[in-house]
Design a protein around this ligand. Structure first.
Ligand code: ASP
Length: 448
């Protein structure tokens, strides 16, 4: 199925009959859109529920031998309404009855959660007059819940050849015995990517309710620009800081084959969205920086010891204290006689004084100190490597706002500059840097 497009539609794109109509129109516009991956119905408005959440709730109630009738009825009505609105023939009430029975008989949590996608798949296949292919037949998991890429690839290759247009529900698969297993939340994105890899698609379209990635958080910057094109690597730098448009693991399957991912908006299909591509020779963003992202609430633990650079194993010992306490390290900026360890406060989880004490005992430093309320901000852009004065511009912008910088680190690939600052300065810093690079719509390409 080379030359085909895998199109995944998120929960809000399939939240009601009207949304299904939009989705059908999009799919029929291009014959190449051959593999369609639906999520479960999402929220129709702020106070609404995601079907997946309702299903998890049903499972929880059932597992405590409590009645889940009321919750099940809410999701039942949602599906019946969609089927009614679309005039479908598919026997959705029978499928619902079956699922309800299985839940009351003690079906697993993964089985329950997966039914949102399963039912939406049945509906969408009927509505499109396409073939329904149950993900449990092609997405393979180990009985322990681990995804099995090789087995899946073989199954996809075998089962999807010349299959015409198929609908494969997202989010789940099964082990060899047919026990349903799910990915982590938001995992339909991963299903789409796996299928795109398996059929060697030319493009993986991810349809959602925003027109792609924005250069900065719209809660901080007013009307930020959309990122038209971003490389997988840049996206890693940004997504690790928490831009939840796409599931973090969704880039890995397609990345190896260089299949681009395009984030598009079901509610504004005329907009191009964001294209995620392999790095090779891509033109940098017209603004030099591709995007800004960050997070608050980190703690820095600084260890000082004269001539630590001459002491063998110093860093290893330091890191092992964190490892032994099961705390993941975010960054370790260093100078000749000091090294800092940056850890998110959530990860630290009350272990700070214990860790500091262990560092004192184990490493015998001149001093150990800790400071909290640090925010990390990443300025990301593949254009930075070839452009002079990027850091000058970043730091001037911060200086002009009177923002104090507590840490700076530049990734070896010169793809990002990481800045540590006070939590309270975080929003203002993002605004300042965003403005410095995008002011008055100016596209700054000097020195490229
Ligand atoms: N429906 C699942 C969830 O809510 C998976 C997905 O939407 O991708 O997490």
């Amino acid at each position: 199925m080379k030359g085909s497009i895998v199109a995944k539609f998120g929960g809000s794109s399939l939240a009601d009959g009207q949304q299904f109509q939009k989705v059908k129109k999009i799919i029929l516009e291009k014959e190449e859109r051959r593999v369609i991956v639906p999520s479960a119905p999402g929220k129709r408005h702020n106070k609404d529920h995601k079907v997946t959440d309702l299903l998890y709730m049903c499972h929880q109630l059932a597992s405590h031998l409590l009645s889940f009738d009321e919750v099940f009825q809410i999701l039942e009505e949602r599906y019946l309404e969609i089927a009614r609105d679309l005039n479908l023939k598919v026997p959705i009430s029978e499928a619902l009855k079956n699922i309800k029975e299985n839940i009351s008989k003690g079906a697993t949590r993964d089985y329950c959660a997966s039914r949102g996608e399963y039912l939406n798949g049945l509906i969408l296949a009927d509505y499109l007059n396409a073939k329904f292919m149950d993900a449990s037949e092609i997405i393979r998991f180990h009985p322990n819940g681990q995804f099995l890429p090789k087995e899946t690839e073989e199954l996809v290759k075998k089962r999807m050849q010349n299959a015409g247009r198929v609908v494969v529900p997202g989010f789940y698969g099964a082990d060899e015995e047919g026990n349903i297993k799910t990915f982590s939340r938001g995992g339909s994105d991963v299903t789409g990517s796996i299928l795109a890899q398996g059929i060697e698609a030319s493009l993986y379209e991810n349809w959602t309710d925003v027109s792609g990635f924005l250069m900065a958080d719209p809660k901080i910057v007013k009307n930020p620009r959309t990122i038209k094109e971003i490389t997988y690597k840049e996206l890693r730098e940004l997504s690790y800081m928490g831009a939840p448009v796409l599931h973090e693991e969704a880039i890995f399957p397609v990345r190896g084959l260089g299949i681009p991912i395009q984030i598009r908006n079901t509610n504004a299909p005329e907009e191009e969205g964001t294209l995620i591509v392999e790095d090779l020779h891509r033109e940098p963003s017209p603004y030099i920086i591709t995007g800004l992202a960050g997070k608050k609430d980190f703690t820095v633990i600084t260890v000082e010891k004269t001539q630590m650079n001459g002491e063998k194993g110093f860093l290893r010992k330091l890191v092992s204290v964190f490892e032994a306490n099961e705390v993941t390290i975010e960054h370790t900026p260093s100078s000749i006689d000091s090294v800092s360890v940056i850890v998110s406060e959530k990860e630290m989880n009350g272990k700070l004084s214990k860790i500091m004490e262990e560092i004192r005992i184990y490493l015998n430093p001149d001093q150990v100190s800790a400071q909290g309320k640090l925010a990390l901000l990443a300025v990301v852009g593949r254009g930075m490597i070839a452009t002079k004065g990027v850091s000058a511009r970043v730091f001037t912008a911060l200086y002009q706002r009177g923002i104090n910088i507590r840490m700076i680190s530049q990734g070896a690939s010169e793809l990002n500059i990481l800045i540590g600052l006070e939590n309270d300065d975080f929003e203002s810093a993002i605004e300042a840097i965003y403005e410095a690079f995008t002011e008055k719509g100016e596209e700054t390409h000097e020195n490229l």
